[in-house]
Design a protein around this ligand. Structure first.
Ligand SMILES: Cc1cc2nc3c(=O)[nH]c(=O)nc-3n(C[C@H](O)[C@H](O)[C@H](O)COP(=O)(O)O)c2cc1C
Length: 364
C-alpha cells in the first residue's frame, strides 16, 4: 500500500492523496482595469489540468489580499467581487475532478511592485505601473529596490483585516483549504525575521513581537474560516544567513507550536526568500529535513516542498514520517499527470479522468 496515496483527513476534510500542487504565481491576470487580479481562462485550464492529473489538492498561487500586496501587477487578487467570481469557477472545476481546492493568501510587503519574472522581474516605478511598497521597517530588500514605507500600527491592523476579508471571499468562492503565506520574504516573513524587522514597538524586537503579525493574521483568518475546514501556514524555516542574525529553524518550531494552538492544521515548510545573497544548498529534497524538524518539534502535520520530482522519493518522505504531504512545483508544471503516473509506479489504484480512461485498443 502506498503511503503517498493514502487519503489524509484534516479537520472534516478528506483529501484523496498526499500530492499537492505547490502554489505558483503564473503572472497571468490583468494588471489593471475591471478585470484586475481576476483569474483568467489560463488559470482555469492550468489549475483544472493539475486536478485532472490527480493532485490530491490544488493550491492556487499567492493571491493578494490588497492591491499593494501583489508581487507584480499580473498577480491574482481577492479583494473584490469580480475576483471572487473568477476564483469560484476555478474552485468548482478542481472539485469536479475530485481534488480539494486550496488557495494561498498573501501580501508581498517590500517585495511587491515588480515586473513579471519572464520580463526580467525588475522593480517597477510609478510610471511603469508600480507602487510604493510597505514593510515592517524602511529597509530595502536589495540595493536595486526602494526602501518600503514602514507600516504604522493602524496600517498593520488593516493588513490583518485584509487577510480575514480575503479568507471570507475564498470560502464564498468554494475553497476548502486556506493557506496563509508566511514564507519567502513576503510581508509576514519580513515581520518574523530580525534581518528585515527592526521595529522597536510591539511588532518587533523579541520573538513574541516579530511573531505577532503572523499570530494576528492566523487568528483573524481562523475566526472566519469554518471549524470543519483546514488552515495551512507556509513558513520559511530559515533565512540561510550563515550566522548573521535572522530567522532560524528553532524559531520556526516555536512559531509552529504557537500557531497550531490557535488553529493551524498543517505547516507547509519551505525556506529562504528574505535575503538576496543567501547561500542555499539546493539539491533533491533539500528542505525535507525542515519539514521533519517542524513535525517532530511541534507535533503538527507538515508538508515538504522543494525539488521533489521522483515518485519513490515522494513515497519515502511520507512513508518515513518526515512529512504528511508533499508539494510539487515545477515538476507539476512540466507534467500535470505526474500523480497518475506515480500511482502506477507505486502500485496504487487511481483512475484517469473518465474522459481519458481507455485501455489499449479500446475506441470511443
Ligand atoms: C513559477 C513559480 C512561481 C511560484 N510562486 C509561488 C507562490 O505563489 N507562492 C509560494 O509560496 N511559492 C511560490 N513558488 C515556490 C513553489 O511553490 C515551490 O515552493 C518551489 O518551486 C520549490 O518546489 P519545486 O522544486 O517542486 O518547484 C513559485 C515557484 C515557481 C517556480
Amino acid at each position: 500500500m502506498s503511503a503517498l496515496f493514502e487519503p489524509i483527513t484534516l479537520r472534516s476534510l478528506t483529501i484523496p492523496n498526499r500530492i499537492w500542487l505547490s502554489p505558483m504565481c503564473m503572472y497571468s491576470a490583468a494588471a489593471e482595469g475591471p478585470e484586475i487580479g481576476v483569474a483568467t481562462d489560463f488559470h482555469l485550464a492550468h489549475l483544472g489540468a493539475r486536478a485532472a492529473g490527480g493532485a490530491g489538492l490544488v493550491m492556487v498561487e499567492a493571491t493578494a489580499v490588497r492591491p499593494e500586496g501583489r508581487i507584480s501587477p499580473y498577480d491574482l487578487g481577492l479583494w473584490n467581487d469580480r475576483q471572487q467570481e473568477g476564483l469560484a469557477r476555478v474552485a468548482a472545476l478542481i472539485r469536479q475532478h475530485g481534488s480539494a481546492p486550496g488557495i494561498q493568501l498573501g501580501h508581498a510587503g517590500r517585495k511587491a511592485s515588480n515586473d513579471r519574472p519572464r520580463a526580467g522581474g525588475a522593480g517597477l516605478s510609478a510610471e511603469q505601473g508600480g507602487w510604493e511598497t510597505v514593510g515592517p521597517s524602511a529597509l530595502a530588500f536589495s540595493a536595486d529596490r526602494p526602501a518600503p514605507h514602514e507600516l504604522t500600527v493602524d496600517q498593520i491592523q488593516d493588513v490583518v483585516r485584509a487577510f480575514a476579508d480575503a479568507a471570507k471571499r475564498a470560502l464564498a468562492a468554494g475553497f476548502q483549504v486556506a493557506e496563509v503565506h508566511g514564507a519567502h520574504g513576503y510581508l509576514i516573513h519580513q515581520f518574523l525575521s530580525p534581518f528585515s524587522n527592526h521595529r522597536t514597538d510591539g511588532y518587533g524586537g523579541s520573538f513574541a513581537g516579530r511573531a505577532r503579525l503572523a499570530l494576528e493574521v492566523v487568528a483573524a483568518v481562523r475566526a472566519v474560516w469554518p471549524e470543519e475546514l483546514p488552515l495551512v501556514f507556509r513558513v520559511s524555516a530559515t533565512d540561510w544567513l550563515d550566522g548573521r542574525p535572522g530567522w532560524t529553524p528553532e524559531e520556526t518550531v516555536r512559531l509552529a507550536k504557537e500557531l497550531q494552538a490557535i488553529g493551524v492544521d498543517l505547516f507547509d515548510v519551505s525556506s529562504g526568500g528574505n535575503v538576496p545573497d543567501a547561500r542555499i544548498p539546493l539539491g533533491p529534497g533539500y528542505q525535507v529535513p525542515f519539514a521533519a524538524q517542524v513535525r517532530q518539534g511541534s507535533g503538527a502535520a507538515t508538508g515538504a516542498v522543494g525539488l521533489i520530482t521522483d515518485p519513490a522519493q515522494a513515497e519515502e518522505i511520507v512513508a518515513s514520517g518526515q512529512a504528511d504531504v508533499v508539494l510539487l512545483g515545477r515538476e507539476l508544471l512540466r507534467n500535470p499527470y505526474w500523480p497518475l503516473h506515480a500511482a502506477r509506479e507505486l502500485g496504487a489504484e487511481r483512475r484517469w479522468p473518465e474522459q481519458y480512461d481507455y485501455v489499449v485498443g479500446q475506441r470511443g
